[in-house]
Structure formats: C-alpha cells, structure tokens
Design a binder for this molecule. Structure first.
Ligand code: PGA
Length: 248
C-alpha cells in the first residue's frame, strides 16, 4: 500500500512570520493518516523543521547537483539535510523554465538528493502547446526516462505530474486527463523498474489543487496525493486538502 502524500510548495513566498501556519497545521493535522510535507523557501527550512518535529516533514524546492564546491549562491542536498530537510523537489517546471534545467540536470539533482539520503520529488509535465499538438504522453515519457536515474524506489522517489498549463492558473486538468497520464506513468515505471517496484512509487498530481476540487482528484486512478502551490500557503486551505486526502 502506498501511503498518500500531501506536499506543499511555498515557492518564493514566506518569511519567519509565516511559520505560524506550521503551528496551525500541526494543531489541526499533526495526526493525519497521509504524509504531510511542506517545502518552504530555503531560508525557512531550519526554523520550520525545528517547529514541525516529526509530525510534518519539511523539504526543499531545489538543490545543486554537487555536494559542495565553487557554486556561488547554490545550496547542496547535504546542506538541506543538515538543517532538517527530508525531501527535495527536483525538476519543477518553474526551474526548468526559469533556469533552463534539462532532464539530465534534473536526473543529476535527483541523484544528489539520494546521495544525501533524502527523498526526491521529481516533477514532470507538458506545456499547453505540447498538449494541444497531441504530444503529452511522448513528452511525459521522455521526461520520466530522462529525469529519473536508475535506482528509483518508493523509499527515495515520489513523482509529481504537473501540467504546466494548470500551475497557478486556476485551470485544473480533468479527471480523465489526469487518469490517462497517471496510468501511463505507472505503466512506464513498471516497464523500466518492474511492476513490483513501480507499485511502490507514489504519483502526485499538481496544478491548481484546492480544497474544493481535491476529493475528485484524489478519487482518480493512480493518484496518490498532490503537490500544492498556492493553496499550501494557508494552513486552513492546505488542511482542507489534507482532510480530503485522508478521506479518499
Ligand atoms: P499551484 O502550483 O497549486 O499554485 O497551481 C502547483 C505547483 O507548482 O507545485
């Protein structure tokens, strides 16, 4: 059985004043059945992990592919582990778009996350143009193959399907669209890693998930949870998503 996961990605939002949201999340959802993860900006990881104890996991949104070295401004997975991160998002579409990260870069970062003993949340997703031209499954297949190194297991990797056109737009993929891609990802993983290993890997959906649409998304084939941006910033909103996941 795959444990369900509600992961929040605060993106470049939040200062120490926002740590009260973690207190509220712990108060209301510290005993959730689902695994709950918040990925704040790197500046908040240490304080948040101290505050969250073991009831809520704290992760990072990116890392460098090297463990240390002359890379001004970058942060390594080891450093993130040192301040209490247990997970690192790799290959988010905003990193791919804003920083030109390729599938090979994402694979190298994912390997760095594993080397630090952390769990990678590897993001893949098609653009609107790719969907309109009928390329969605080709794009997803290529990103999946190129972004995940050999050695992925349910213990070190979570995969997030996030259609780029649904991120921060209020536009949610239909249940049919989500099921088609998640079923495809599961089949591709089974072909590469074997059905048994593929069965342990959790597949999150991401893109405008809100309390109001969460239950429908969580009832969809091969959806093991969500990666949530905007609606993870407030404990009340994210809590609604966690409750829907627990009930699914
Ligand atoms: P959103 O972002 O929930 O604000 O659409 C999702 C994500 O980018 O992870």
């Amino acid at each position: 059985m795959r444990r369900k996961m509600a992961a929040g990605n605060w993106k470049m939002n939040g200062t120490r004043a926002n740590l009260v949201e973690i207190d509220a999340l712990i108060r209301d959802h510290g005993a959730a059945k689902s695994e709950v993860l918040i990925c704040p900006p790197a500046t908040l990881i240490h304080a948040m992990s101290g505050r969250a104890d073991a009831r809520i996991a704290v992760g990072a949104q990116d890392c460098h592919m090297s463990a240390a070295g002359a890379h001004t401004g970058d942060v390594s997975a080891e450093m993130l582990a040192d301040v209490g991160a247990s997970h690192v998002i790799t290959g988010h579409s905003e990193r791919r778009a804003d920083h030109g990260e390729s599938d090979a870069d994402v694979a190298a970062k994912t390997a760095a996350v594993w080397a630090a003993g952390l769990v990678a949340i590897v993001c893949i997703g098609e653009t609107l143009a790719q969907r309109k031209s009928g390329d969605t499954l080709n794009v997803i297949g290529a990103q999946l193959a190129g972004s995940i190194p050999d050695g992925a297991t349910g213990a070190n990797t979570v995969i997030a399907y996030e259609p780029v056109w649904a991120i921060g737009t209020g536009e949610v993929a239909t249940v049919g669209q989500i099921a088609e891609v998640h079923d495809f990802i599961r089949a591709e993983l089974a072909a590469r890693f074997g059905a048994k290993a593929a069965d342990t890997l959790r597949l999150l959906y991401g893109g405008s998930v809100k309390p109001a649409n969460a239950a429908e998304i969580f009832a969809t084939s091969n959806v093991d949870g969500a990666l949530v941006g905007g609606a993870s910033l407030k404990a009340a909103d994210f809590g609604g998503i966690i409750a829907a996941l627990d009930a699914a």
